[in-house]
Ligand binder design. Structure first.
Ligand SMILES: *Cc1c(COP(=O)(O)O)cnc(C)c1O
Length: 493
């Protein structure tokens, strides 16, 4: 199996090179030449397997230049004790044919851990094959959760340095605290005066900037990415869709008409993994793409025009405050029949005019595969309150967006299939907003007061990685202008 760039599919590279490089030299994203199938017999075997067994099986199909021992080793150490009860993706029933997959039982309490506990291990193995003996400099742009998950995943991993850039005014207080108190000898964290898209654009540009590349090479280092533009971030995410299917089947759900999944979406990584899982043979019928008030994807799916020329809103689901969803490029590559020139034209138009329009062929297939909708903050808080009161389920602000859009979908399409909502963060990670949703009042005090109060009210256990932050010292308080990001990188090598 080789990997092509979405903007140039003449020369394939092995998966180790795709993971080491993160992004292709002309700015495209690496994609597998074909999407491997999982057969009925294999699914039957996976049903009897645990999460690690399922992860190893999926990874072996995509990372064919890794040995079985390498993959089993990476998976074994990534998905062990660092997840609560050794279960990275428990399926929770919250209603008739209505399920939630909780992806936040890892060290940073958000779903990014499922990929970022594994990626450093994959990258270490990949560097041995394709790294040319150079150290990896992992640059991360984050809307809040990726930064912390990358810091935890790469902390003190030999042969790596991690630098994280986050919007100084665009993440939750808890997210900021998680990052700014990070331990480890190989980490650096900096806020920027700008939003996530500014950080992501600056980081993506550095990866392909010859001057930056040579400066970094002069230190015997090479850039790599821990953002979901890196294929090594996406492939672990396919696993939990396979696993959700196995769990539904094991619980005796009728899957003769398949099932639907609902995903709170920002950079389009999570839902893209669902799409690959569907193409592999997981019987997912519709993919429900849920956005917050930054509803650029909802509008795109409804109209065929993607336009970032609009107001940017700061919402109570900050990890989805994104106007340029990078991974959409991979989806378009598939829907255009691997026509990389067409994809490159769309991206060029997006960069130059802030928008692009797809043809009716792409638009039609998109509507068949996806259902799209959005929720604003007020609606999000109402959903949290209602799901807690009526079902006893405590959702965070991101998950709530997906729960709400999922309700729309069921109402308007009248589907009788089981549906699984991807729950992407612990409610305690966004405790002030969740508490406000339930009590109707703004909390006095800081986020730890909110956590305590939310716990007293609901009795739901508080994840230790959050409560233990209270007494940690701030290590990284710096903020820079977005134009200063490259210099900040060079100054901190
Ligand atoms: C990152 C994130 C999302 C968005 O996921 P994408 O893969 O970027 O679409 C949603 N919810 C939470 C809590 C996140 O951290």
């Amino acid at each position: 199996m080789v990997y092509y760039s979405t903007r140039n599919n003449l020369k394939g590279v092995p998966s180790a090179a795709a993971i080491c490089e993160g992004i292709s030299p002309e700015g495209g994203l690496f994609v597998p030449e074909t999407i491997p199938a999982i057969g009925a017999e294999e699914f039957a075997a996976l049903r009897n397997s645990d999460y690690r067994g399922r992860a190893s099986a999926v990874l072996k199909k995509y990372l064919t230049d890794f040995t079985d021992e390498e993959i089993d080793g990476c998976v074994g150490s990534a998905y062990g004790e660092n997840f609560e009860n050794g279960e990275p993706a428990p399926l929770v029933k919250i209603g008739d044919k209505f399920y939630v997959t909780e992806l936040w039982h890892g060290p940073t309490c958000a779903f990014k851990d499922l990929a970022l506990q594994l990626l450093p291990r994959l990258l270490t193995a990949a560097s041995g094959k394709a790294g040319g003996g150079r150290k990896s400099l992992i640059l991360v742009a984050t809307s809040g959760d990726t930064g912390k998950a990358a810091l935890e995943g790469f902390r003190d991993v030999p042969g790596t340095e991690v630098m994280v850039f986050y919007p100084a005014e665009g993440v939750s207080a808890m997210q900021k605290l998680q990052m700014c108190t990070q331990s480890g000898e190989n980490v650096y964290v900096c806020g920027i005066n700008g939003n996530f898209d500014d950080a992501q654009t600056a980081v993506k540009r550095m990866f392909t900037d010859p001057v930056m590349i040579s400066r970094v090479a002069g230190r015997n280092m090479r850039f790599s990415s821990a953002n979901s533009i890196n294929w090594g971030r996406l492939v672990p995410q396919i696993v939990y869709y396979v696993s959700a299917y196995c769990e539904l089947a094991n619980r005796g759900e009728d899957l003769s008409d398949g099932f639907d999944v609902a995903v709170p979406t920002g950079n389009f990584g999570n839902i893209l993994a669902a799409y690959y899982a569907k193409r592999s043979g997981v019987p997912i019928k519709r993919l429900i793409c849920a956005s917050n008030k930054n509803r650029v994807l909802t509008d795109f799916m409804h109209t065929g025009t993607y336009s970032r020329n609009r107001e940017f809103y700061k919402t109570c689901s900050p990890s989805m405050d994104i106007l340029v969803s990078s991974n959409l490029e991979r989806m378009l590559y598939e829907l255009c029949g691997h026509d990389c020139e067409r994809v490159a034209d769309m991206q060029k138009s997006l960069a130059e005019t802030g928008e692009f329009t797809v043809g009716s062929d792409v638009s039609e297939s998109m509507k068949e595969i996806f259902y799209a909708g959005s929720r604003d903050d007020e609606q999000t808080l109402e959903i949290i309150r209602r799901f807690y009161r009526e079902r006893g389920y405590l959702a965070d602000t991101h998950t709530a967006v997906a729960l709400g859009v999922c309700e729309d979908y069921i109402k308007s399409e009248g589907v009788g299939r089981p549906v699984v909502v991807m729950s992407t963060a612990s409610p305690y990670k966004f405790a002030p907003a969740v508490l406000k949703a339930i009590t109707g009042e703004t909390v006095r005090g800081d986020e730890f007061d909110a956590i305590r109060e939310l716990h007293n009210l609901t009795g739901k256990p508080v994840p230790a990685p959050l409560s233990s932050l209270k007494n940690r010292d701030i290590r990284f308080g710096n903020v820079c202008e977005k134009e200063e990001i490259p210099d900040t990188v060079l100054a901190n090598l």
